[in-house]
Design a binder for this molecule. Structure first.
Ligand code: NAI
Length: 342
């Protein structure tokens, strides 16, 4: 019971009781960038999941100790460590879900796009290895700028002839987690009850919380809407500034990634009631990639939920139009990066 209560799974659209039912299957998960600020606490949370049989930890350095440490926890999954490019293929073979938090984080004064040059190469290299070794896995991209790294991953997979848009996810769960927290605080609601869909992308104004679609039904003044929207959009920067050069969000990010991963595993396990927001290939707008709520199933994205974009308030509609040029440019930058290298 302790385990089940700690495993993060708070998507209100899914039923909590599922946590306590016996499982038919367990899964292999790989974390690439596992020795980092996000990688370590994420590995700990994944080690606690009853749905995981094997946890493969990969990094370019320092991962041996992390794996040795974690392997002493008396939970079911076996922990294996893999260091450096030569061990990457073995890390990925037979894996069901790959989570990628590898790359540099922001420092004060930086935008997520400032990370592009370093992280684009890292994501490209790692996804090439995923394509070669576990092309059927769910791929969860955390490395920023997510608005560009997901299109980069898609291009790499296309070049390798194994792109399945239903299985490539940009992890935007932290935006939802933050929106839920801030709205619950503001409105004195029980945190567990609150669900705010967040659409668009994962940087600055491309993060669009749809406060009018908050469940349970809440009403906000226009002032509250604007204040909450700006806080949710800048929450990452709030952490970057508080850490004052020591990195960006790691603990809340690990929590959010563990939630998304747990949802993915439940979907793979056949749970028919799993919904999460994610940045995926999408036909919801004219942009090729867009974050919205999606229904997850055994084969990945089963449906993109269009209802959230219907009946938007005037403010939300304006914000949606305003974010499109920036998101479009970030997508094109990612695509061009891979195509230039050919
Ligand atoms: P960190 O610097 O603490 O850890 C990054 C890890 O990646 C390090 O252990 C490093 O050795 C490893 N790494 C570097 N190159 C690698 C390669 N080629 N292969 C494998 N591993 C490699 O950074 P942190 O704080 O863990 O952040 C990681 C990324 O996550 C950053 O890009 C950050 O911007 C992003 N992020 C994304 C969020 C989201 O909501 N999607 C939220 C917060 C951070």
């Amino acid at each position: 019971a302790l385990q089940a209560s700690i495993v993060p799974k708070i998507s209100p659209k899914t039923s909590f009781r599922n946590q306590f039912q016996p499982r038919a299957s367990t899964f292999k998960v790989a974390i690439l960038g596992a020795a980092g600020g996000i990688g370590q606490p994420l590995a700990l949370l994944v080690k606690m999941s009853p749905l995981v049989s094997a946890l493969h930890l990969y990094d370019i350095a320092n991962v041996k100790g992390v794996a040795a440490d974690l392997s002493h926890c008396n939970t079911p999954s076996q922990v294996l460590d893999f260091t450096g490019q030569l061990e990457l293929a073995n890390c990925l073979k037979g894996v069901d879900v790959v989570v990628i938090p590898a790359g540099v984080p922001r420092k004060p004064g930086m935008t997520r796009d400032d990370l592009f040059n370093v992280n684009a190469n890292i994501v490209k290299t790692l996804v090439e290895a995923v394509a070669d070794n576990c092309p059927d896995a769910f791929i969860l991209i955390i490395s920023n700028p997510v608005n560009s790294t997901v299109p980069i991953a898609a291009e790499v997979l296309k070049q390798k002839g194994v792109y399945n848009p239903k299985k490539l996810f940009g992890v935007t769960t932290l935006d939802v987690v933050r929106a839920n927290t801030f709205v619950a605080q503001r409105k004195n609601l029980r945190l567990i009850d609150v669900d705010v869909p967040v659409v668009g992308g994962h940087a600055g104004i491309t993060i669009l919380p749809l406060l009018s679609k908050t469940r349970p039904l809440v009403t906000f003044s226009q002032g509250e809407v604007e204040e909450l929207t700006v806080r949710i959009q800048n929450a990452g920067t709030e952490v970057v500034e508080a850490k004052a050069g020591a990195g960006s969000a790691t603990l809340s990010m690990a929590y959010a990634a563990a939630r998304f991963l747990e949802s993915s595993l439940r979907a793979l396990d056949g749970d028919g009631d799993v919904y999460e927001c994610s940045y995926v290939q999408s036909d919801l707008t004219e942009l090729p990639f867009f974050a919205s709520r999606v229904k997850l199933g055994r084969k990945g994205v089963e449906a993109i939920i269009s209802a959230d974009l219907e009946g938007l308030t005037e403010y939300e509609s304006q914000m949606l139009e305003a974010l499109k040029p920036e998101l479009k440019a970030s997508i094109e930058k990612g695509v061009a990066f891979v195509q230039k290298k050919q």
